[in-house]
Design a protein around this ligand. Structure first.
Ligand code: SAM
Length: 320
C-alpha cells in the first residue's frame, strides 16, 4: 500500500482501549480526559475486520496499544486471531508493564512476537511523579517477567523528559547492559497545545555512553517496526536506540497508520484528519475509505508549527 509520496505502509498501530492505570502527564495532560463509551469503541469483530482488510492491502505488522492494551479483556484471543490472518507477520504490543507478571506466559502462548515496555525512570520517586499514580516496583516486575519469558524481543521505551537525570539515564542504560532488553530513548512529541521541552539529547546520551561504557557502534540491522536507530555498546546484552522524531524527523520513511479505539484511522500523529472506520464498516466501504485516507497522508509531521487540522487529542486517546 503506497501513499502519494511513494512510502510503503505495512504497519498499523491499533489502540484497543483509551483506559490506562497510569496518568503520565505528557500522555494524559488533562487527568479528567473523558473516556469513550462502550458503544463508541470498536467491537472485537470490527477490530478483526479492520486488520483483515489492512492485511489484504499489504500491512504485515500490527502493534497493539492503548490506553493500556492489557486492560482489553479479550487480548489473548485477539492476538491469536490476528496472527491467523494471511499476510500478518508480526503482532506486537506496547504496555506500561504492570499486568505483565500475570499475562506474559499467555501472551507468548497466544503468539505475541515482541513486547515494548514504557518506562521513563528507574527512580521510584520520579516514577510516582511522572505517572501520578504508579509504583515503580510494579513496572519492574513487568520488565522481569518479559525478559525471563520466551518472547522473542523485549524493548524498554523511555520518553526523554527534562526530569531525567544522568544517574537515572545510566540505570536505564544498565537494563540494556545486564538484560536482553533493548532500551530506546524517545523524544517527547508536543501533542496538542503542549510545548516542546528540552531534555538530554541523543548526542549527549551517546557521549555519556562512550564515557562510561566504551565504544558505541551503529547497529544496522532492523530491530523494530520503525524509525529507532540502534547502537551496540561493548559488553551489553541489549542495544540502545533513539527515536528522535523532533530533532531528526524521519517522516520520509514513515511506514505506518494508526487506528484509535473508536475506529478513527489517522494517517499522521500530528494532524487530526482521517476517516471513521466504524462508520465505513456499517456503510460497507472499509477498503475504499482506507485507500481514501492513504491519499491524504501528509508528507511530514510539522509538530510545533501552527497548522490547520492540528491534532488536539492526547496520546492516551491515540495510542502513541
Ligand atoms: N499504555 C501503553 C504503554 O505504556 O506503552 C500504550 C499506550 S502509550 C500512549 C504508547 C507510547 O506512547 C508510550 O511509550 C508512551 O511513552 C508514548 N507517549 C505518550 N505520549 C508521548 C509524547 N507526548 N511523546 C512521545 N511519546 C509519547
Amino acid at each position: 500500500m503506497r501513499d502519494n509520496f511513494g512510502r510503503n505502509i505495512d504497519y498499523i498501530r491499533l489502540s484497543l482501549t483509551d483506559l490506562c492505570q497510569l496518568r503520565c502527564g505528557y500522555c494524559v495532560p488533562d487527568e479528567n480526559v473523558s473516556c469513550l463509551k462502550a458503544h463508541e469503541q470498536l467491537t472485537y469483530d470490527e477490530i478483526k475486520e479492520i486488520v483483515a482488510v489492512f492485511s489484504t492491502l499489504g500491512v504485515k505488522k500490527v502493534k497493539l496499544t492503548g490506553g493500556e492494551p492489557l486492560l482489553y479483556p479479550k487480548i489473548m484471543s485477539l492476538i491469536q486471531d490476528l496472527k491467523k490472518l494471511t499476510g500478518i507477520e508480526e503482532v506486537t504490543l506496547t504496555t506500561n508493564g504492570i499486568k505483565l507478571p500475570e499475562t506474559m506466559a499467555d501472551l507468548v502462548k497466544a503468539g505475541l512476537d515482541s513486547v515494548n515496555i514504557s518506562l521513563d525512570t528507574l527512580n521510584p520517586v520520579h516514577y510516582a511523579e511522572i505517572t501520578r499514580v504508579g509504583r515503580l516496583e510494579d513496572a519492574l516486575k513487568g520488565v522481569t517477567a518479559a525478559v525471563e519469558s520466551q518472547i522473542k524481543k523485549v524493548k524498554v521505551n523511555t520518553v526523554l523528559l527534562p526530569s531525567l537525570t544522568e544517574a537515572d539515564l545510566r540505570s536505564l542504560v544498565n537494563l540494556a547492559k545486564d538484560t536482553r532488553a533493548n532500551v530506546s530513548f524517545i523524544e517527547k512529541m508536543p501533542m496538542g497545545n503542549q510545548v516542546a521541552t528540552s531534555a538530554l539529547s541523543e548526542a549527549e546520551i551517546k557521549h555519556l555512553l562512550t564515557q562510561h561504557y566504551g565504544e558505541v557502534t551503529p547497529f544496522l540491522q532492523p530491530l523494530g517496526n520503525g524509525p529507532a536507530r540502534y547502537y551496540e555498546v561493548e559488553g551489553f546484552k541489549g542495544k540502545v536506540g533513539f527515536i528522535s522524531a523532533m530533532s531528526r524527523h524521519f517522516c520520509e520513511t514513515c511506514n505506518r497508520m494508526r487506528v484509535t479505539s473508536d475506529g478513527f484511522l489517522k494517517t499522521c500523529l500530528a494532524f487530526s484528519h482521517g476517516v471513521n472506520l466504524k462508520q465505513a464498516i456499517s456503510d460497507g466501504c472499509l477498503e475504499a475509505k482506507i485507500l481514501e485516507a492513504l491519499q491524504e497522508k501528509p508528507k511530514r509531521h510539522l509538530f510545533g508549527q501552527e497548522v490547520e487540522n492540528k491534532e488536539l487529542k492526547s496520546m492516551i486517546q491515540i495510542g502513541g
